[in-house]
Ligand binder design. Structure first.
Ligand code: ADP
Ligand code: ZN
Length: 606
C-alpha cells in the first residue's frame, strides 16, 4: 500500500468521509483480499474499487456489462485526474491499440472492459503481461440465470481466479436477495471472499402513492414541485409514453419519449440528452433505465402500476443516487390491476409462471394499499427487518391515514358482489350500491336487489377506494381472465357472517380530496432541493457555468460537479480556492480546472 485511503478520498475525490461500509471494503481489497459487496444503487460502490486501484501498484481491471456507460465512467475518473480508459466494441482498431499499449506500459490506473472482450485470448495475454492491481466485477448478479440481466460470459469469469490467483477480486451488485448472492459466490469462486451486506434502505427517497383520478392532471400537479429537475415518468405502453411526453411538452416541460418501438438512433439520442442536459423529463417504458447512473434524477413517477415490487424498487432506485432528496411517486387505480391481470392471463407462460406473476401483482397491490410505513413494508418484502415503524419519509408516515372499522361497509360491498352473481366490475357494483338506476342496472333488475342503494353514503371515488382495499386485503379477487370481474375469496365468508372485523383506511370525501390537492400544490411551489427565492439567481448561475463547461467538452453536466457540490457552493459561497477546495466533490484536479470559473460565478452573484 502506497497511499492512504482517506487521503485519496480527500485529495482526489474531494469527499470528506466514507459512507457506510466503504472504509472496511476498501481496506479489505486495498490490502489484497477478496470481497463481495452488496449495496443499493447510489450506495457508493464505485469508490470501493476505485480507491484500492489508487492505493495499489498497477492497473485495476473493471469488468462491466454496460458498454454505453463505460465512456461516462471513464470520463468521470479523468475529470478527477485519474488515468482511466475502456476497451469495448465501440473503439476502432487504432484507439484500441492505444489503450492496450498504455495498459501494458502501466500508464493506466483503471481499465474498464466488457466481459466478452476480457475473455478473449488477446486480452488475457495482455493481462498476464501487465501489472494488475485488482479485478473488479461490477453488476455481479449478471452471473445469475434467474435474474433479469443474465450474461452467459459472466460465468466464464472464473478464468480470472484460475489464471491469476494472486490478484484480489471484488464483486459488486445492487441485487439483494440471498439466492442471487449464493449464486455469485459459487459461480465466481468467491468462497473465501469477505461479504459486505449493506442495508438496502434508500433513506433520501420519499415514497408516495396516490389514487388515480385524472392521471394527466395529477402528473402535472406532481411536476409542479419538480420544475427544472431531471426525472423519469414510467408508463405501461408505448402509446401512453408518446402521449404523456407530448402532453408535457405542450405544458412547457422538457420531456422526451423512450420505448423499444422507437427508431434506435432516436432512442440513443434521447438517452444522451437525458444524461447530458439538466432538467430533462424522460417518459419511458421500463425498457429505459438499465444501467442509467445519472446521479441527479430527482424523481421517478409511475403513471401505471409496475409489474412487481422488485421492478418497482429497481425503477424507483434510479432516483437520488447522489443522496439528495428525491421522490418516488406512483399513481394507480384498480383498472391497472385489471390490465396487468389481463396481460398475465393472455401471456404464453405456463400455469406455474402465471401463478407466480399473479402473486407478484398481489404483493404490489398490497404495497399500494398499505396504511403503514411503505419503506418498512418494502424492505420487509426483500427480507430486511426494520425496527422503526415510522420512517418519516413516506406518505403514510408523514400523513398517517385514518383507519376505521369498515366491517359494515365491507359487508355491503361483498354482498353486492355476491347478490349480482360475481360477474361484474367495480363500476357496475358501485352503481348498484349507490342506488343509481342506469339502463344496465334496470335491464338486469339489479334495482330490485336488497343491496340496491345501501351504499348511498359514499361517492363513487370512495367506493372505488373501498373495493381496492378489499382486493388488497384478499377479500375480493379480480378474475384470472382479466376482465375486471370481482369475485369473493374464501376469506370473504367470515366477514359476511360477521365473524371477522375489517379495518380499512378512511376514503377521503370530495372536500377532503380537494383540500389535500390544494395543500400539496402549496407545499410544492418549491423544488425538492429547497432552493430559497433569494438563492435562485446564484443556483441558476452555477448550473449555467456547469452546463457551459460540460457542453464545451461534450460530457454530462454531472461529470463536472454533482448537484450536491453545487448546493454546497450555493450555501458556503466560497471566496477563494482554499475555501472552494473544502467543498465535497472538489478534488485537486477539479479545483485546478474549474476553480476559477466557479469562483467567478459566486463572485458575480455577490
Ligand atoms: P452505486 O454504483 O453504488 O450506485 P456510485 O458509486 O455511483 O453508486 O455512487 C453514488 C454517488 O455517491 C456518486 O455520485 C458518488 O460520487 C457519491 N459518493 C460515493 N461515495 C461517497 C462519499 N464517501 N462521499 C460523498 N459522495 C460519495
Ligand atoms: Zn414510512
Amino acid at each position: 500500500m502506497t497511499r492512504d485511503a482517506i487521503d485519496i478520498l480527500h485529495q482526489v475525490f474531494g469527499y470528506s468521509g466514507f459512507r457506510g461500509e466503504q472504509r472496511a471494503i476498501i481496506e479489505q481489497v486495498g490490502g489484497g483480499g477478496d470481497a463481495l459487496v452488496l449495496m443499493p444503487t447510489g450506495g457508493g460502490k464505485s469508490l470501493c474499487y476505485q480507491i484500492p486501484a489508487l492505493m495499489r501498484s498497477g492497473t485495476a481491471v473493471v469488468v462491466s456489462p454496460l458498454i454505453a456507460l463505460m465512456q461516462d465512467q471513464v470520463e468521470a475518473l479523468r475529470q478527477f485526474g485519474v488515468a482511466a480508459a475502456f476497451l469495448n466494441s465501440s473503439l476502432d482498431a487504432r484507439a484500441q491499440f492505444e489503450v492496450e499499449r498504455d495498459f501494458a506500459a502501466g500508464k493506466l490506473k483503471l481499465l474498464y472492459v466488457a466481459p466478452e472482450r476480457l475473455l478473449s485470448e488477446r486480452c488475457l495475454d495482455l493481462i498476464a503481461k501487465a501489472n494488475v492491481a485488482l479485478f473488479a466485477i461490477d453488476e455481479a448478479h449478471c452471473v445469475s440465470q434467474w435474474g433479469h440481466d443474465f450474461r452467459p460470459e459472466y460465468r466464464q469469469l472464473t478464468i480470472l481466479h484460475e489464471r491469476f490467483p494472486g490478484i484480489p477480486r471484488i464483486a459488486l451488485t445492487a441485487t439483494a436477495d440471498a439466492p442471487t448472492r449464493r449464486e455469485i459466490v459459487e459461480r465466481l469462486n468467491l468462497e473465501g471472499a469477505r461479504q459486505f451486506v449493506s442495508s438496502f434502505d434508500r433513506k433520501n427517497i420519499q415514497y408516495r402513492v396516490v389514487e388515480k383520478e385524472n392521471s394527466r392532471r395529477q402528473l402535472k400537479d406532481f411536476l409542479a414541485g419538480h420544475q427544472g429537475e431531471s426525472g423519469i415518468v414510467y408508463c405501461l405502453s408505448r402509446r401512453k409514453v408518446e402521449e404523456t411526453a407530448a402532453g408535457l411538452v405542450e405544458q412547457g416541460v422538457a420531456a422526451l419519449p423512450y420505448h423499444a418501438g422507437m427508431d434506435a438512433a432516436q432512442r440513443v439520442h434521447n438517452q444522451q440528452r437525458f444524461l447530458r442536459e439538466d432538467g430533462i423529463v424522460m417518459c419511458a417504458t421500463i425498457a429505459f433505465g438499465m444501467g442509467i447512473d445519472k446521479p441527479d434524477v430527482r424523481f421517478v413517477a409511475h403513471m401505471d402500476l409496475p409489474k412487481s415490487l422488485e421492478g418497482y424498487y429497481q425503477e424507483t432506485g434510479r432516483a437520488g443516487r447522489d443522496g439528495l432528496p428525491a421522490e418516488a411517486w406512483m399513481c394507480y387505480g384498480l383498472g391497472d390491476v385489471v390490465t396487468l391481470a389481463q396481460f398475465i392471463a393472455q401471456s404464453e407462460s405456463g400455469e406455474e409462471r402465471k401463478r407466480v406473476e399473479r402473486a407478484k401483482l398481489d404483493a404490489l397491490l398490497g404495497y399500494a394499499e398499505i396504511a403503514t410505513c411503505r419503506r418498512r413494508h418494502l424492505l420487509g418484502y426483500f427480507g430486511e427487518i426494520v425496527e422503526k415503524d415510522n420512517c418519516g419519509n413516506c406518505d403514510n408516515c408523514v400523513n398517517p391515514p385514518v383507519s376505521f372499522d369498515g366491517t359494515e361497509l365491507a359487508q355491503k360491498a361483498l354482498s353486492c358482489v355476491y347478490r349480482t352473481g360475481q360477474r361484474y366490475g367495480v363500476g357496475h357494483l358501485t352503481n348498484v350500491l349507490r342506488g343509481i338506476d342506469d339502463e344496465r342496472v334496470r335491464s338486469l333488475d339489479h334495482d330490485r336487489l336488497s343491496v340496491f342503494g345501501v351504499g348511498a353514503g359514499l361517492d363513487e371515488k370512495q367506493w372505488r377506494s373501498m373495493f381496492r382495499q378489499l382486493v388488497a386485503n384478499g377479500l375480493l379477487a379480480t378474475d384470472a381472465e382479466g376482465y375486471g370481474v370481482l369475485r369473493l375469496t374464501p376469506a370473504a365468508r367470515g366477514v359476511l357472517r360477521g365473524e371477522v372485523r375489517v379495518s380499512l383506511r378512511k376514503p377521503a370525501s370530495r372536500e377532503e380530496r380537494r383540500a389535500t390537492r390544494k395543500a400539496v400544490r402549496g407545499a410544492r411551489a418549491r423544488q425538492s432541493l429547497d432552493i430559497a427565492p433569494h438563492e435562485t439567481a446564484l443556483w441558476d448561475a452555477l448550473r449555467a457555468t456547469r452546463a457551459h463547461l460540460a457542453r464545451e467538452q461534450g460530457v454530462p453536466a454531472y461529470v463536472i460537479f454533482h448537484d450536491a457540490t453545487l448546493l454546497e457552493m450555493l450555501r458556503a459561497r466560497p471566496r477563494n480556492a482554499e475555501e472552494l477546495g473544502l467543498i465535497g466533490g472538489v478534488g485537486a484536479a477539479k479545483l485546478e480546472r474549474y476553480g476559477g470559473a466557479f469562483l467567478a460565478t459566486v463572485r458575480g452573484a455577490a
